[in-house]
Design a protein around this ligand. Structure first.
Ligand code: FAD
Length: 433
């Protein structure tokens, strides 16, 4: 094997690994632990219903990636969808983002939100930059918005209190409304969608079409193949049966934490930094219903603790092909990090979906399946940056490029994965030339 191993190995046929393969063209091997491509970007089918691994909506901004996608998909194949997202709280819906759409909330809640927001805007004394996400919310949105949405919602999403998360990552993903938007939203005059994802692209049969189409055009992966250890001193991968394969450059998209744990005799500082990396697990439900969804939304945020879920999305509103005629398909993201017991949780979720007006009665639910994403959200806690500062240069010296959402240990989207793969290919070429 050793004599025939190409100089570059890619670990993982998710979007990052596939993009690296596409941009390398040849002279690499692609190993995938599972039996299929796609990583997190897959679609499961059951009884005519289709489910991604929660909402996977495609946003394209990079000119190079846009041009590539125009080759991958025929003109007009991807659905162009205008986001319809809402917040469900106090038994009512308001549009997303909450901070620019308080119209329709109980007056005392809307008042508390506006009063707190204006207090932050009218503040005259200087404030120190926020050190954590909770402070970021209080400084930018005020007490009311923080209490009614930002803190409870984000605690449920991230699985940790926002005070444990640094403020540094917020700017791209948390929309900061203008004063005028907040005022207009309070009186029901906001007709603009805010935030970074107001439109999205979506393949009619689910997101798996994206990695599948890319995979059709690159050298086939070796499936069910993953090294158990990386002998970085010898630049070799070690497999379960103890055979070894060399690499000159290794692009790995495996979660960084597991990569560091698999390094043979990693330096103590690197090992300890790897142990400090934190990530949340996510449990969610695939839900199939016999009737169409009764509310015209793509997804809704649910901040209140009385519901066991914090977000519900409607796949069949992304594309009608995601459910059989007359049916609807959903993802329900659960706040608890424990494995759900569907016997008790299922009826609670179904009742919540009735309260939200998505289904008319619990009898419309045909089935629910519990799914887990072991690595869902990297936690940007106070050890995050210092740990990466130790791990990254070490890996770089060993010809190891750890890339992607989990390889790079970041919060990023599918287009980013394609960009990361492109950059990793370039870096690997430099190493082996
Ligand atoms: C809940 C959730 C919602 C999201 N929603 C969106 C969205 O709406 N829009 C959007 O653009 N993005 C979204 N994303 C992000 C998107 O899923 C990721 O950015 C992208 O799929 C990451 O691709 P990747 O290749 O880096 O990693 P992965 O998808 O994790 O792929 C890694 C691959 O490597 C394989 N692997 C792991 N270890 C090894 C090993 N040692 N050897 C060989 N193979 C290995 C895995 O099996 C997997 O196939 C979401 C992510 C999550 C978790």
């Amino acid at each position: 094997m050793a004599g025939t191993t190409p100089p570059i190995t890619i670990l993982g046929a998710g979007l990052t690994g596939l993009s690296a393969a596409h941009h390398l063209g040849d002279d690499f091997q692609l190993l995938e632990r599972l039996g299929h491509v796609g990583g997190h970007a897959i679609t499961l089918a059951e009884g005519g219903y289709r489910f991604d691994r929660t909402g996977h909506l495609l946003h394209l901004r990079d000119p190079g990636i846009k041009a590539w996608m125009a080759e991958v998909f025929d003109e007009g194949y991807l659905l162009k969808v205008q986001r319809k997202s809402e917040v469900f709280s106090h038994g009512r819906y308001t549009r997303y983002p909450y901070q620019a759409n308080t119209f329709g909330l109980p007056p005392e809640v809307a008042y508390e939100c506006l009063q707190g927001y204006l207090a932050t805007r009218l503040r005259t004394e200087p404030v120190a930059p926020p050190t954590n996400f909770e402070e970021f919310c209080l400084q930018n949105f005020g007490e009311g918005f923080s209490k009614h949405f930002m803190i409870p919602y984000n605690s449920r999403l991230w699985g940790v209190h926002p005070s444990e998360i640094t403020a540094a990552w917020c700017s791209r993903f948390v929309p900061l409304p203008k004063l005028d938007d907040v005022i207009a939203g309070a009186v029901g005059l906001n007709d603009r969608e805010l935030g970074y994802n107001t439109n999205f692209l979506y393949p009619p049969t689910g997101i798996h079409a994206l990695p599948e189409r890319i995979a059709e055009r690159v050298k086939a992966p070796r499936f069910h193949t993953a090294p158990t250890a990386i002998d970085w001193r010898r630049r070799e991968m070690v497999f379960e049966d103890n055979h070894r394969e060399p690499y000159r450059a290794l692009i790995t998209t495996a979660p960084l934490k597991s990569l560091v744990a698999s390094l043979v005799d990693a330096p103590e500082a690197v090992r300890v930094a790897g142990e400090k990396l934190r990530c949340t697990k996510l449990w969610y439900l695939d839900v199939a219903a016999r009737a169409p969804c009764r509310r015209d939304i793509h997804w809704a945020y649910v901040p209140e603790e009385k519901y066991p879920f914090y977000r519900v999305g409607v796949y069949s509103h992304f594309s009608p092909q995601m459910a059989p005629p007359g049916g609807s398909s959903y993802y329900v993201e659960l706040a608890s990090r424990e494995a759900p017991d569907l016997e008790t949780l299922g009826p609670e979720v179904a009742r919540g979906m009735v309260e939200m007006g998505l289904v008319a009665s619990v009898d419309e639910i045909e089935f629910m399946r519990a799914r887990c994403i072991e690595y869902a959200y990297v936690i940007f806690d106070h050890n995050f940056y210092s740990s990466l500062e130790i791990i990254r240069p070490f890996l770089q010296e060993q010809g190891i490029i750890s890339a992607g959402r989990y390889g790079g240990w970041n919060y990023s989207a599918m287009e980013d994965a394609l960009i990361f793969g492109r950059a990793a290919a370039q870096e690997a070429r430099e190493i082996v030339k």
